[in-house]
Each structure stands twice: as structure tokens, then as C-alpha cells.
Design a binder for this molecule. Structure first.
Ligand code: SCA
Length: 515
């Protein structure tokens, strides 16, 4: 027996041998859903292969979406550039140097029309990674669906719309927490009536993990944020059995294979308890449905092809953990946005798991494993400790405003870095098995000309649209923002008149203030 103490990345001790687990009585498709949300899981339907993509102009991103669809991707996922995420048009001085860089530049409904050219929104589900300006992008998507003649009751997709983790970890917030929470609950309310299949939020642990948290912290902080959204919507008088059905989650998947699987299983069990305690009786309102992305921060610039193997392990863990939707990273993403060939291999990784590995043939294949069941319990136990602590602080908003979450994340990140530097934690190709020559040839670059192109488009738009109607719609939005009415219909009206994203965000900035 080796004396070395083994722990997961969250510091949970791992025994040399597990010889028992409590009897497994839980069934898939039933409360508390530890074993999965569907009775037959992937036998009934595979997870959605949803590759996050977007860069430069709507025209260029549209080409990438058609390429991914032709390669067999089964859902779309839009990455927006920073100006779009924080409510500035491409021609704003704040946008300089950022237009089209980390995602596609969207200034108005015109760009959204180009982005989805040749794609019928009623036939595909689309995720949009957008938070502070989520209501504006959702409004544009709805406006386009209407123009395509789609039935709003049928279309489906997801907006990230998770502002709490923006304050805690990701950073693209605009307004203070209170009006931000109002925008979010306005979306819950509007969608439950008008776009009932839309997933109104993607409560995200992904970025908390990328910022350096442990798996347990990722789980705990995400569920604590989820609880805060539940309470905000309940305070607005919304019915938990309706709005909670369309809350979705988004987790990261790092390298520690069994801890990640345990995290996903524990997440479902915990969320079922949280929603039930707050009054949910409909099983669909108790189910935790989630998207997974493999861990961006686990990718290494050294020996980049090693990342193909990391991504494959992580994707396998997500599938064994019962994910509904999955993005696999490109092996070159420690260096740049993925090239087309890296994006293709990433998708092929999912397809090999789905169609060749056999792991989809039975539900929750690891159930009853002494190790996996014990680890699921341990991860759950450790996460409740955090959630209880956050509850005692009065919830997530307080835990974020007092920097509690941020400090916990920073401490974990520091600990991890120390372990890597000391060599205690092995990273293949980085602190062990290193080599001098590196083997990547092609990297993906976005140049600064995109801003000029977008600025031309905006000039043209402002010269051709009905500016009187735009002004009128923006005035109505301002009045609505000051009053207590649902803002979604007013935002939809504004985008339909081709008000720009920046113009709409400015109205709200002037009314709500900036954080
Ligand atoms: C709920 C999810 C997680 C998944 O939704 P999907 O539509 O893909 O999948 P789904 O709900 O599982 O399945 C679609 C429909 O099929 C049904 N269905 C599924 N399996 C079934 C089975 N076995 N039997 C019967 N029905 C089944 C479901 O109930 C559902 O219908 P009903 O709906 O009628 O029940 C959604 O929110 C989603 O797609 N999220 C993606 C988020 C994302 O891509 N984010 C990218 C972030 S990228 C990012 O942030 C990067 C970093 C950064 O930028 O900072």
C-alpha cells in the first residue's frame, strides 16, 4: 500500500479501495434524478452536439455554422464579441480593438438576419452566450423567427443570461445587481407566456471553474446562484412549476474523471432538493438539465495535440455524467480561436464517443460503482457546506458583494498553481515529459478591419431605417424601464425598428446606472 495521500482536485480524500456503497434505489427519470433526467437517456436521444462558435462578422460566422452543420453538429452556439456583450455598437470608441475578436459582432437585427442566413430557426436549437445584453439578443432572435414565419411557441434555444457569475467570475456586467435581476425575471415571465420552450437562463459554473475554482466550489456556487434566481422569480410572483422548467445549467468538465462524473450526478440530486424545498411539485421543474463544455483552462499551449486526448476524456466524463448538450474544445484553443480543422476534430471526438464507444447503450453505466457512489455523496456533502454558508450570508448576491466567492475561487486557483509549479500536480508536456520543439503550425487570427466593416454597415443602417420610429420605440423603452412593466415587448419593438444594440443598452444605462 502506497503512503501517498490521494485527493481529488477539491481535496476529497480518495481511498485505495472501496468495498461498499449504500444500496442504489434511485431510478433515472425520477426524483431526485441522480441517475439522469430521462428514463432511457441516450437510447432515446443523444445529447446535443453544440459547438460554441462565432468570430468576426455575421457573414463569416454564418459560414462556420453551415460548415459545422454539414459536419454533423446538432445544435448551434453563438459566441459574441466583447462590445456586443457589454452593450456597445462596433463604432463606439469603447469597442476599438475588440470588434469581432472573441466572438461575432452584432449591432442590429440586420446582423442577426445575416448570422442565420439559410438556417430555419424552427428546425434547430440555438444557444447564445450573452448575459448583460441577453434581452436584446433574445429580442433579435425572436424578431428573426417571426420574420421567418416560425411559431414562437415551437422555437427553442438558450440564452446564458446569468449575471451573478458575471459579477463573481466573468466580468461582462453593465447594470447594478438589482435592475439586472429585474431584466432576468422579465425574461422568465415573458418567455413562459410567449416562447415557452425557450431555456431562459444557463446558470453557469463553467466560468467559475475557469477562474480557478475546485469542482466542489463550481457546483456549490452555481447551485447557490440558481437558488437566488429561484427566489427572485418567486418574489416577482412567478409560478415555480412554470418558470423553473426552463432554467438550465452549464458546467465545466476538467481532467479528474470520476470527480467530474460525481459532480454531475450530485448536481441533479441537489437541485431536485433545492427546487422541491422551494415549492416545486412538477418533476420537470425539479430536473437539472445541463450543457457541458470541456475545460478551456486545462488546454496547454505546449504539445497542443495532447489536448485532443484531454478533451476526449473530459467529454467522456460529461457523457457518463448525463449531459444534455456538449461542446468539445479545439486542441489549439490555448493559442487562438479554433481553426476549422481543430473544430472538426473536436466534433469528431463527440461522434466517436456517441457512435463507437458503446457508452450510450445503457443508462448511467457507473451507477452502483462503490467508488462513484461514494464520491457522489462526498461531493454533495462538501457542496452543501458551501451552500449553507452562503445561505447564512443571505444568499449569492451578498456572497458576491462581500467578495466571498471571488476570494474562495482565488485561493483555490493559487493552490492549484502552487501544485503545478512544485510538480506535485503533473501536467503532461508542461512540467513533465516536456520537449523543446513545439508542433503547431496554423493559428487563427482576426484582424482589426472588422470594425471598419461594421461601422460602414451601421452608417448605412442609420441612413435607411425609420429614425422617427426608432426614437419613439426608445422613448417607450425608457418610460417602461422607469415604471414596473415587463421590458421584453418594448425591446422587441425597438429591435424590429432596427434600433441598435448600443442604443438600447444606452437607454437602460441611463435609467439603471452602471455597476
Ligand atoms: C437544456 C439544455 C442544456 C439542452 O437543451 P437541448 O435542447 O440541447 O437538449 P434537451 O433539452 O436534452 O433535448 C431536446 C428535447 O428532447 C427531449 N429529449 C431528450 N432526451 C430525451 C429522451 N431520452 N426521451 C424523450 N425526450 C427526450 C427533451 O426533453 C427536449 O424536449 P423538451 O424541451 O420539450 O422537454 C440547453 O439549455 C442548452 O442547449 N444549453 C446550451 C448552452 C450552451 O451551449 N452554452 C455555451 C456557453 S459557451 C461559453 O460560455 C464559453 C466561455 C465564455 O464565452 O466565457
Amino acid at each position: 500500500m502506497s503512503d501517498k495521500k490521494r485527493t481529488t482536485t477539491s481535496g476529497i480524500e480518495i481511498k485505495e479501495l472501496y468495498t461498499s456503497a449504500k444500496p442504489m434505489e434511485e431510478k433515472p427519470g425520477e426524483f431526485p434524478f441522480t441517475r439522469g433526467i430521462q428514463k432511457d437517456m441516450y437510447r432515446g436521444r443523444l445529447w446535443t452536439m453544440r459547438q460554441y462558435a462565432g468570430f468576426s462578422t455575421a457573414e463569416e460566422s454564418n459560414k462556420r455554422y453551415h460548415y459545422l452543420l454539414a459536419q454533423g453538429t446538432t445544435g448551434l452556439s453563438v459566441a459574441f464579441d466583447l462590445p456586443t456583450q457589454i452593450g456597445y455598437d462596433s463604432d463606439h470608441e469603447m469597442s476599438d480593438g475588440e470588434v469581432g475578436k472573441v466572438g461575432v459582432a452584432i449591432d442590429s437585427l440586420k446582423d442577426i438576419e445575416i448570422l442565420f442566413d439559410g438556417i430555419e430557426l424552427k428546425n434547430i436549437t440555438t444557444s447564445m452566450t450573452i448575459n448583460a445584453t441577453a434581452s436584446i439578443l433574445l429580442a433579435m432572435y425572436i424578431a428573426l423567427a417571426k420574420k421567418q414565419g416560425a411559431d414562437l411557441k415551437q422555437i427553442s434555444g438558450t440564452i446564458q443570461n446569468d449575471i451573478l457569475k458575471e459579477y463573481a467570475a466573468r466580468g461582462t456586467y453593465i447594470y447594478p445587481p438589482k435592475p439586472s435581476m429585474r431584466l432576468i425575471t422579465d425574461i422568465f415571465e415573458y418567455c413562459s407566456k410567449e416562447v415557452p420552450n425557450w431555456n431562459t437562463i444557463s446558470i453557469s459554473g463553467y466560468h467559475i471553474r475557469e477562474a480557478g475554482s475546485t469542482a466542489v466550489q463550481e457546483l456549490a456556487f452555481t447551485l447557490a446562484n440558481g437558488k437566488t434566481y429561484l427566489k427572485a422569480a418567486l418574489n416577482k410572483g412567478l409560478d415555480i412549476n412554470i418558470f423553473a422548467k426552463r432554467l438550465s445549467f452549464f458546467f465545466n468538465c476538467h481532467n479528474n474523471f470520476f470527480e467530474e462524473i460525481a459532480k454531475f450526478r450530485a448536481a441533479r440530486r441537489m437541485w431536485a432538493k433545492i427546487t422541491k424545498d422551494l415549492g416545486a411539485t412538477d418533476e420537470k421543474a425539479q430536473m437539472l438539465r445541463f450543457h457541458t463544455q470541456t475545460g478551456g483552462s486545462t488546454l496547454t499551449a505546449q504539445q497542443p495535440l495532447n489536448n485532443v486526448i484531454r478533451v476526449s476524456n473530459q467529454a467522456m466524463a460529461a457523457v457518463l455524467g448525463g449531459t444534455q448538450s456538449l461542446h468539445t474544445n479545439g486542441y489549439d484553443e490555448a493559442l487562438s480561436l479554433p481553426t476549422e480543422s481543430a473544430a472538426k476534430i473536436a466534433l469528431r471526438t463527440q461522434q466517436v464517443i456517441a457512435f463507437e464507444s458503446g457508452v450510450t447503450d445503457t443508462v448511467d453505466p457507473l451507477a452502483g460503482s462503490f467508488f462513484v457512489e461514494n464520491l457522489t455523496d462526498e461531493v454533495e456533502k462538501a457542496a452543501w457546506v458551501y451552500i449553507d454558508k452562503i445561505d447564512a450570508m443571505g444568499g449569492s448576491v451578498n456572497a458576491i458583494e462581500s467578495d466571498y466567492m471571488q476570494n474562495e475561487i482565488a485561493n483555490a486557483a493559487y493552490q492549484y498553481q502552487t501544485e503545478v509549479e512544485s510538480g506535485e500536480r503533473v501536467l503532461v508536456g508542461v512540467n513533465k515529459f516536456t520537449q523543446t520543439e513545439e508542433g503547431i503550425t496554423e493559428v487563427f487570427n482576426i484582424d482589426d478591419s472588422i470594425r471598419i466593416l461594421q461601422t460602414e454597415k451601421l452608417k448605412d443602417l442609420r441612413a435607411t431605417r425609420n429614425n422617427k420610429a426608432v426614437e419613439n420605440a426608445l422613448n417607450l423603452l425608457e418610460e417602461g424601464a422607469k415604471a414596473d412593466i415587463n421590458l421584453m415587448p418594448l425591446i422587441i419593438d425597438a429591435v424590429e425598428h432596427y434600433a441598435t444594440l448600443g442604443e438600447i443598452a444606452d437607454v437602460l444605462r441611463n435609467t439603471f446606472g452602471e455597476y
